[in-house]
Ligand binder design. Structure first.
Ligand SMILES: [Zn+2]
Length: 433
């Protein structure tokens, strides 16, 4: 957009006068930031810095030094012959009353047989006043899930929050490194905000660090992962106590999310979170996973116990509800039809025939009882009999399908339903008496 305010006009004018730093930043990226790879097959390694090949005998523990260009490379097993990496760098300087942060992008292309190529350009600048007001000048940052590019004219950029935007702030970018010659105002360096800044963007850092001594401590102790985590999550006194133990023991937390999860587990197990033995594990992942498993075992046991208690409760309810309608069986040739006499029997019937008689708690239904038709002790079908009119509500075999004895079962139940009618009537009379 065109500059409108005095501040914006000033920024645009001064921005154009700044000496170019592309060469300096590219050299810094080439020598200090780019991670050079070697792609290895069984016999040879391709150095992605100079493009030359050498014998894989020179590789030890996935590291090697290229005999052609003396670059230290990290070796990966791959048949690839090309690679692409993108880096962001930043350079901080003081211009007049402003703290200026200049951002650069570096596209790195690697090709077997060729020297690595890096294309660098300055993409954006933040001009920040002492009162915290900031103007952004630079190219348009076009970003979506398929694309991330900088283009258009060099002009004032304002951030429009866009509901569809996946990125919260497209002009607040996170450089891989600040150039070591960067200069920051004293008002920032006194809080530890300098060229080592990591874990936060500069704009976020100047916003949150001065008001938060705990975050300032994390920054000064280079606990960048924790710093990043606790800018988005509340730092409770309990967590802070554990963090202080890490700092005191010079224990660098690399994966703060996992570490915090682990501290929660320690609290769950009533472990002393003031003890470095617990808070600073040598192998965080191993300890984390061990406690997760331990907690899961406990939860599983608790669930089983709850289930057992529930079953006991159901058994009592069932006896009160249907105690007078159990223990009944009748025979029709080689077919036995019997009442289901406990909650356990409902469970076993449901498991044997794969239907929902147990899961849907048929044993607690007031208006019906369930019978099991069996042959040689094996369940064939389950019958639900209405107590109101002694009619069969449903009669199903395995997976709710009828068995080949279906008709015979129905006939037998109908023939004997009067037994239940009598028992049911008597129980009603007893209740009202
Ligand atoms: Zn090389």
């Amino acid at each position: 957009m065109k500059p409108r305010t005095k501040f914006q006009f000033d920024v645009v004018a001064r921005s154009k006068e700044l000496p170019k730093l592309n060469g300096l930043m590219q050299e810094y990226t080439r020598t200090k930031i780019v991670e050079y790879k070697g792609f290895a097959t069984k016999n040879r390694v391709v150095c992605m810095q100079c493009g030359e090949k050498f014998s894989s005998e020179l590789v030890s523990r996935k590291k090697s030094v290229c005999p052609h260009c003396s670059t230290k490379i990290t070796v990966e097993k791959s048949r690839c012959t090309t690679d692409k990496q993108t880096y962001y760098t930043a350079y901080a300087q003081i211009i007049g009353e402003y703290q200026v942060i200049r951002y650069f992008i570096h596209y790195c292309f690697f090709n077997a047989g060729y020297q690595a190529k890096i294309g660098s350009s300055e993409i954006m600048q933040h001009w920040i006043k002492d009162n915290g007001k900031c103007e952004t000048v630079g190219y348009n940052h076009y970003v979506n899930i398929y694309c991330d590019s900088w283009s258009g004219d060099w002009e004032i950029r304002q951030e429009y929050s866009n509901y569809y935007s996946y990125y919260r702030s497209k002009y607040e970018i996170w450089p891989d490194k600040y150039h070591p010659n960067s200069v920051f105002k004293d008002r920032y360096t006194k809080y530890g905000i300098n060229a080592n800044l990591d874990g936060l963007t500069f704009l976020k850092a100047i916003q949150v660090i001065p008001n938060n001594p705990r975050l300032e401590t994390l920054l000064k102790c280079k606990q960048y992962s924790l710093l990043n985590l606790f800018t988005s999550q509340r730092m409770t006194d309990t967590y802070w106590a554990a963090v202080k133990i890490c700092i005191r023991n010079k224990y660098k937390v690399k994966d703060s999310k996992m570490w915090l999860d682990y501290v929660d587990l320690l609290l769950y197990f009533n472990k002393d979170i003031h003890n470095a033995k617990y808070v600073c594990p040598v192998n965080l992942k191993k300890e984390h996973d061990r406690l997760v498993k331990k907690k899961r075992d406990i939860q599983r046991k608790q669930a089983a116990e709850r289930k057992r208690q529930q079953a006991q409760e159901w058994e009592t309810q069932f006896k009160a509800l249907k105690g007078h309608l159990i223990g009944i069986a009748f025979q029709e040739d080689n077919l036995t039809i019997k009442t289901l006499d406990s909650v356990q029997e409902y469970l076993e019937e449901g498991d044997a025939l794969h239907h929902c008689i147990f899961t849907n708690e048929y044993f607690l239904k007031k208006e019906s009882i369930c019978l099991s038709a069996r042959m040689k002790g094996e369940p064939l079908e389950t019958i639900e009999l209405s107590l109101k009119d002694m009619k069969i509500v449903q009669c199903h075999g395995k997976f709710n399908q009828p068995s080949k004895h279906h008709d015979k079962i129905i006939e037998a139940v109908n023939k004997n339903a009067s037994i239940f009618r009598k028992l049911y009537k008597r129980s009603k009379q007893l209740q009202t008496a």
